[in-house]
Design a protein around this ligand. Sequence first.
Ligand code: TMP
Length: 225
Amino acid sequence: MSGPPTSADTGRGRFITLEGGEGTGKSTQQGRLAAWLRDQGLTVVETREPGGSPGAEQIRDLLVTGEAGRWDAMTETLLHFAARRDHFVRTIQPALAAGTWVVSDRFADSTLAYQGFGHGLGRAPVEALYRLVLDDFTPDLTLILDLPAQAGLDRARQRIGDSGAAEDRYESMDESFHERLYEGFRDIARREPGRCRLIDASGSEDAVAAAIRNAVADRFQDLSP
Ligand code: TMP
């Protein structure tokens, strides 16, 4: 087993995060991973960011709707961390303390990728806010779904076209923003190989689900793929 000491080593529930750009299939894969973990006899909570608690879901509305430029980068980052603090205190921490596994569609790596790299805010303010809000808490495992930005955007914009979704603020940002955050996620994976696994998201849904199960079984060796 590799990686830093985490909640996994203290007999509490474990915290798995799914990360990646637009249209990488995170939400579908979250459902499949949670179902598989339940088949292994575990109790699992599926959650998401921004959101995952009543207060954080209200903040989500401010972030994912409206004009692309409605917030400056720092304000947007503070809103994401405000939502995250509420999500952490009200949902994640109590679940882990009760021995429940938590699978989150996005967490703090999204802030580094989208606001730090995408908006160009940089690493330092995001890391400083992280320490203030979460101290030394980290996911036990982060699965980064890797798909070139344009391919993911095409998928995401197709989905919005089909459903007329109102949550399109980030999808409407320009292509270079999405290229930067794609590189940001790859940089995160390179810097933290103990916590993060890069998952090729270009294959079929089944192939990606299998790669995810392998990564999870490799990290938590009491599970078999
Ligand atoms: P979703 O579409 O995956 O539900 O996420 C909502 C949007 O919020 C998505 O476009 C990415 C963005 N986001 C950030 O920009 N920073 C963050 O910290 C998080 C959690 C999400």
